[in-house]
Design a protein around this ligand. Structure first.
Ligand code: HEC
Ligand code: HEC
Length: 368
C-alpha cells in the first residue's frame, strides 16, 4: 500500500471551483443588489456542470460516471454495510458519493437553467430576454428558490457523509480531494493528470471573472455600474414638469391606473398640497398615465405591484403597496430618516434608475 493518485487535477479543480461558485451564488442570491455577482456565479456553476458532464465520459478513470454511478440498490447495500468499514471502502467515489455527484450536478443544472429563465423573464436580460413573460419569470423564480433550498439540503447531506466516512475509514476525504491521493495499490493509480485541461479551466474562469466583474469593480459615483438595462419607458414632458417640483416624478408604471385617477381627482388635497393643475393638463396627464400605468407596462415593478393589490384597493402611495412594503421590509428604519434618503418616497436616493421607472436589480445602492 502506498499513496497513489486517484483524483486527476481537472476533477479536483472542478470540485473546488464548483463548491466556490455554489457558495457565492448562495450568499448573493438573497439581495437584489447582488444580482450581478449572483448571475456570474450561476453561469460559472453551469459551465462547470457542463464540463463535468463531458469529463464524466472522457476524463480520468475515477472521474468517469461508469466508474461510480451505481443502481440505487448499491447505495442501500453500502449504507447497511457501513458497520464493516473494509467492505465499504472504495478508492474512487463510494455509492453514496456517486449519488451525491449525480444529484448535485442535476440540481445545479436545473438551477442554472431556471436562473437564466428568471433573469430573462423578470429583468429582461440574458439569453431568454424577450422569450419569457414577467409572469413566467416570477413563477420560475419560486421554483429556482425552492431548488436552492433542496441544493442546500443535499450539500449538507454530502458534507455529513464525507465527515462520517472519513472517520469510519480513517481516511481524510477532503484532503484527498485537494492532493488527489489516497492509500492504495500502485496498479490502481490514475495514470493521467491532465494538467493542461485544469489550467485551461482556471484560466477561463479567471478571464470571465475579469471581463464580467471589471465594470462592477471600477464603478464610482459618477459612473455607476447599472447592468440589466432595458429599453427606456416612454416619458412625458408635461408629467415631468408637473410632478418633479416636490419629489421625483414617479413613472406611471409604478401604480395601477385607478391610483392615478384617484391622485388626479384628489389633486387639490395631494398630501396636504394643492397641485392646482388646470383641467386641460389633468386630461393630458390622465391620458399619459392610462396608457403607461402598471397594468400596461411589462416590467417587474409593474407586474408585482398590480399583483400584490386586491382589486378593491386603490393606493395613493407606491410605498403603501404590499409589494413595496415586502421588498423594503429588511431596510433599517433609521435609514429612512437619514439625511441622504429623507423619506421612503425619495426612491431616487437609492435607485439610480428611478426617474426612468425601471427599478432594475443592480441599479440600487444604499447610501454609504
Ligand atoms: C407641491 C408639491 C407636490 C407636487 C407638485 C406633486 N406632489 Fe406628489 N407628493 C407631495 C407630497 C408632500 C407627498 C408626500 C411625501 C411624503 O411621503 O412625505 C407626495 C407623494 C406622492 C406620491 C406617493 C409617494 C409614496 O409615498 O409612494 C405619489 C404617487 C405622488 N405624490 C404623485 C404625484 C404626481 C403624479 C404629481 C404630478 C401630477 C405630484 N405628485 C406632484 C407633493 C407634491
Ligand atoms: C433607502 C433606500 C431605498 C429607497 C428610498 C427606496 N428603495 Fe427600493 N429598494 C432598496 C433596496 C436596498 C432594495 C433591495 C432589497 C432586496 O432585494 O433585499 C430595494 C428594492 C426595490 C424593488 C425590488 C427590485 C427587485 O427587482 O427586486 C423595487 C421595485 C423598489 N425597490 C422600488 C422602490 C420605489 C418605487 C421606491 C420609492 C417609492 C423605493 N424603492 C425607495 C432601497 C430603497
Amino acid at each position: 500500500m502506498a499513496m497513489i493518485r486517484v483524483w486527476d487535477l481537472p476533477t479536483r479543480t472542478f470540485h473546488w471551483l464548483f463548491a466556490a461558485a455554489c457558495v457565492v451564488a448562495w450568499v448573493t442570491g438573497d439581495d437584489a443588489r447582488n444580482t450581478h455577482l449572483h448571475t456570474f456565479a450561476g453561469y460559472c456553476a453551469l459551465g462547470l456542470v457542463l464540463f463535468r458532464l463531458v469529463w464524466g465520459v472522457v476524463g480520468g478513470r475515477y472521474a468517469r460516471f461508469s466508474s461510480f454511478v451505481r443502481r440505487p440498490r448499491a447505495l442501500i447495500e453500502h449504507i447497511s454495510d457501513l458497520k464493516r468499514p473494509l467492505r465499504t471502502h472504495h478508492l474512487g467515489h463510494n455509492p453514496a458519493g456517486g449519488w451525491a455527484v449525480v444529484i448535485l450536478l442535476t440540481l445545479v443544472l436545473l438551477l442554472g437553467i431556471s436562473g437564466i429563465a428568471v433573469l430573462g423573464g423578470e429583468e429582461g436580460f440574458g439569453p431568454l430576454a424577450g422569450v419569457l413573460t414577467i409572469a413566467q419569470g416570477v413563477a420560475i423564480h419560486a421554483l429556482h428558490e425552492w431548488l436552492g433550498w433542496v441544493l442546500l439540503g443535499m450539500v449538507l447531506l454530502h458534507l455529513a457523509g464525507v465527515i462520517f466516512e472519513s472517520s469510519l475509514q480513517h481516511e481524510n476525504l477532503p484532503r484527498a480531494m485537494v492532493s488527489g491521493n489516497k492509500q492504495g495499490e500502485a496498479a490502481d493509480a490514475e495514470p493521467n493528470n491532465s494538467t493542461r485541461i485544469a489550467i485551461a479551466m482556471v484560466a477561463i474562469i479567471t478571464l470571465s471573472a475579469l471581463i464580467n466583474l471589471k465594470p462592477y469593480l471600477s464603478q464610482d459615483a459618477d459612473n455607476p455600474y447599472q447592468p440589466y438595462h432595458q429599453p427606456p419607458l416612454v416619458q412625458n414632458t408635461l408629467w415631468q414638469e408637473s410632478c418633479s417640483e416636490c419629489h421625483l416624478a414617479y413613472h406611471p408604471a409604478t401604480l395601477p391606473w385607478r391610483s392615478w385617477q384617484r391622485i388626479f381627482y384628489e389633486q387639490e388635497n395631494h398630501f396636504d398640497e394643492d397641485l392646482a393643475l388646470d383641467p386641460g393638463d389633468v386630461t393630458a396627464l390622465l391620458d399619459f398615465s392610462r396608457t403607461n400605468s402598471a397594468e400596461k407596462i411589462n416590467r417587474e415593478i409593474s407586474w408585482r405591484t398590480t399583483h400584490s393589490l386586491n382589486s378593491n384597493e386603490t393606493p395613493l402611495r407606491i410605498t403603501g403597496t404590499n409589494y413595496w412594503k415586502a421588498t423594503h421590509a429588511d431596510i433599517d428604519e433609521a435609514l429612512w430618516r437619514d439625511e441622504r434618503v429623507k423619506g421612503k418616497f425619495n426612491c431616487n436616493n437609492c435607485h439610480r434608475d428611478a426617474e426612468a421607472g425601471s427599478f432594475s436589480n443592480g441599479a440600487m445602492a444604499l447610501p454609504r
